[in-house]
Design a protein around this ligand. Structure first.
Ligand SMILES: [Zn+2]
Length: 357
């Protein structure tokens, strides 16, 4: 039995109306509109924020499959029978991109049901501390609907050490519930509200941030910086945390070209993993690029890192079919059974283990 520690099954109805500019979300939500616009825009690329558009098209293509169960099965078929999946919910109501068509509670309820029907699903509830009564949401998910962990997504506009998150971490630490956080910079899913508002959110930083000349993506990456988690780990030493995406392909590539740059998130995460016994990192999304397979292989020969890396694919955030095959078969063949089983079985077994029943 193996684990894919990091996938998503949320639907297009869970994405806010203002995710793209110019009312495009509304146009794309009709079938003819989607066909036309996606074909035209895929060819002419008029956006500065083109990856947000590509991401949204992916959301709609997969989100259209129907239920979260349908989306899950589309991923499951690429993996051996009995494989387990960490399935991460998304609460995008507070990212300043307008109304989300479906209630977050409905997304969670559906995911909870999926977990009850398919015990190989390990549901994670995303907590955004701006949601009213988020502690009740968390407790209901865990105690009634069988959720087994918490997802944190800082680039939407909150710091990991936000004091409103502390009761969440306390609860997780007490029940041995693992936390998975998004940890790559410059991604298209980030705070989209007014710049003035974003600057205000950034003022909650514990370190001084000079936003002059910073693009929105760089600004949103300040929330995501792996070093922010040092504060959380100092206060919750027994909390199991996974930094998703291991800093991203951006920083893996940067490391290959310029290994001495100490501000590189890949290096920062590597150092943190060696230092903190309950800190993990997953390779989802990042290892979609085959050029990084050798670097991962070398990394896994390091005895301090080997027990802390988790296998995951980030389905369906990258193009689907080729990706799932690349993760499930190509990577396994490249690493060999021994290293593959370490990151896809031994490490996730430890990470996902919880007191909750
Ligand atoms: Zn993800």
């Amino acid at each position: 039995m193996i684990y894919n520690s990091h996938i998503h099954t949320f639907k297009d109805a869970d994405i806010p109306r203002g995710f793209l500019p110019l009312g495009l979300v509304r146009i794309l939500s009709t079938k003819p509109g989607f066909k036309l616009i996606s074909r035209v825009l895929n060819n002419i690329n008029p956006f500065s924020d083109n990856d947000a558009f590509d991401r949204y098209v992916k959301f709609v293509e997969i989100g259209r499959l129907g239920t979260q169960e349908d989306i899950f099965k589309e991923c499951q078929r690429f993996y051996p029978r009995n494989s387990r999946f960490g399935v991460l919910a998304m609460d995008m109501a507070y990212m300043g991109a307008g109304r989300v068509p479906r209630d977050y509670a409905d997304q969670l309820k559906e995911l909870g049901k999926l977990g009850q029907k398919h015990p190989e699903v390990i549901p994670f509830v995303h907590i955004d501390p701006r949601r009213e009564d988020y502690m009740s949401v968390l407790k209901k998910c865990v105690e009634e609907w069988g959720f087994r962990g918490v997802k944190v997504y800082p680039p939407l506009g909150y710091f990991p050490y936000d004091e409103r998150m502390y009761p969440v971490y306390e609860y997780c630490q007490k029940h041995e519930l693992p936390v998975i956080t998004h940890c790559s910079p410059f991604n298209p899913v980030h705070f989209k509200g007014k710049k003035k508002e974003l600057k205000k959110l950034l003022q909650k930083s514990r370190d001084k941030i000079d936003t002059r000349g910073m693009s929105r993506k760089v600004m949103c990456s300040q929330f995501t910086n792996p070093l922010n988690w040092e504060h959380v780990m100092a206060d919750f030493p027994d909390l199991k945390i996974c930094l998703g995406h291991f800093g991203s392909s951006h920083y893996w590539k940067e490391f290959l070209d310029n290994p001495g740059n100490e501000a590189n998130w890949f290096l920062i995460i590597k150092g943190m993993i060696e230092k903190y016994p309950n800190l993990y990192s997953d390779i989802s999304f990042t290892l979609n690029e085959q050029e990084f397979f050798p670097m991962l292989k070398v990394l896994l020969q390091d005895t301090a890192l080997k027990p802390k890396v988790l296998f995951g694919s980030d389905y369906y955030m990258v193009e689907t079919e080729a990706t799932e095959r690349r993760f499930s078969i190509d990577l396994r063949a490249y690493l060999g059974e021994d290293d593959f089983m370490t990151i896809a079985k031994d490490n996730p077994e430890r990470f996902f283990h919880t007191k909750m029943k």
